[in-house]
Design a protein around this ligand. Structure first.
Ligand code: PLP
Ligand code: COI
Length: 363
């Protein structure tokens, strides 16, 4: 580890009253904590200028490559406050490793995992007052958003030689304004989010921009989110715009699309697959056809279906809209889904023993 992310001399702080107000009912990603971690990279020189500074605007020139060619990656993880006041991150090394893979795909410089983790720990430590109590929803936390952008003022199409890395923080509750109410998903059979050989496995902004038109259509049609299928045959389930997808079969299989390069290697997904046997479920990663799924939901073969991710934790799915056909899930807040959700939150908030060594202490 070479970057220290020491605090700048001129840090300013919000009052306790303001933080309490922002913690009362946080809308996902709408308010930011007082500070940010930053570092810059220059070709031939490497990483430097690391610090924790006041949250502020970036000095991005109109010619900056990120604005034109979307050479950009990001991450998402949370800082949790335990009952004894201590603050913890969940598997930040996994986010750091994914950040390296995303950087490689987007021709950005890699940031060593230790430096990535240290940046997150330093920001969560300096802004520890911004880490809420879990609250009534039992899931309030400080969402950390590390990101890296091509910073160079240059319109030639080339990998940038100047890059900015930063971590910002935002107090959050449930991702969906409706809380953990079951989601209604629009099945998107036409517009793909990513394709094989593309950037689906990288956490880069372009994947999300490509999902927004379908998301608007979903809202228009009374749905909360979109379920994307593959770009070639338009039949194999991939994931939602910002979450992985899982279904539970009536004989206790926990089925999720396999990792084939087009979906994000979700850390929540991976963690759920690892705890599934403790909950009596058999984890299965395989191709799932959309028609098989919807048929199985109708017949009761898949009585429970849910979405998972850092932002969404585990959110049950209650129905699908496929063209004009409505498909209702038999158990929209099913027992197994809610048990998985509870198990994950219990580990993250220190209410269950961290037998896998997934938590990293901030303070
Ligand atoms: N899939 C997409 C497209 C996402 O944006 C996310 C969120 O990060 C996930 C899946 C879930 O990944 P994770 O569990 O690592 O947050
Ligand atoms: C996350 O869960 O961390 C994400 O990045 C998803 C995003 C749509 C908020």
């Amino acid at each position: 580890m070479s970057l220290r992310f020491a605090s700048a001399d001129d840090l300013t702080w919000s009052s306790d009253e303001r933080i309490a107000l922002e913690h009362a009912n946080p809308r996902f990603g709408a308010v930011f904590s007082d500070h940010m971690a930053v570092a810059t990279w220059k070709a031939g020189e490497g990483w430097a200028d690391d610090a924790v500074v006041n949250y502020q605007g970036l000095d991005v020139n109109p010619g900056s490559a990120v604005l034109h060619y979307a050479q950009e990656i990001f991450e998402g993880l949370k800082a949790y406050r335990h009952a004894d006041g201590s603050i913890w991150l969940f598997r930040p090394d996994q986010n750091g490793e994914r950040f390296v893979r995303s950087a490689e795909r987007l021709a950005l410089p890699t940031l060593p995992v230790d430096d990535f983790v240290n940046a997150c720990v330093r920001l969560a430590d300096v802004d520890s007052r911004w880490v809420p109590e879990p609250g009534d929803s039992g899931e309030k936390s400080l969402y950390l958003r590390p990101f890296m952008i091509a910073y160079q003022d240059f319109l030639g199409l080339a990998a940038a030689s100047t890059v900015l890395f930063s971590v910002i923080g935002s107090p959050v509750g449930a991702y969906f304004a409706s809380g953990v109410k079951p989601l209604r998903l629009l099945v998107e059979r036409t517009q793909a989010r990513t394709a094989r050989g593309g950037t689906g496995e990288a956490k880069c902004g372009g994947n999300y921009a490509a999902s927004l038109r379908s998301q608007i259509e979903a809202k228009k049609r009374g749905c909360d989110e979109v379920l994307f299928v593959d770009a070639v045959e338009h039949r194999w389930i991939e994931e939602l715009g910002g979450m992985n997808f899982m279904a539970i079969s009536k004989d206790g299989q926990l089925v999720t699309p396999e990792l084939a390069g087009t979906i994000l290697r979700g850390i929540t997904r991976k963690s759920i697959l690892e705890v599934a046997p403790d909950l009596g479920l058999e984890p299965v990663e395989r191709k799932i056809g959309i028609d098989e799924l919807l048929g199985g939901v109708r017949s009761g073969e898949f009585p429970e279906v849910f979405a998972c991710g850092t932002a969404a934790v585990v959110t049950p799915i209650g129905s699908f809209l496929d063209g004009d056909t409505d498909v209702q899930v038999a158990e929209p807040t099913g027992k197994a889904t809610m048990e998985i959700r509870r198990r994950l939150l219990d580990i993250q908030f220190g209410r269950a023993e961290d037998t896998h060594g997934w938590l990293k202490r901030v303070r």
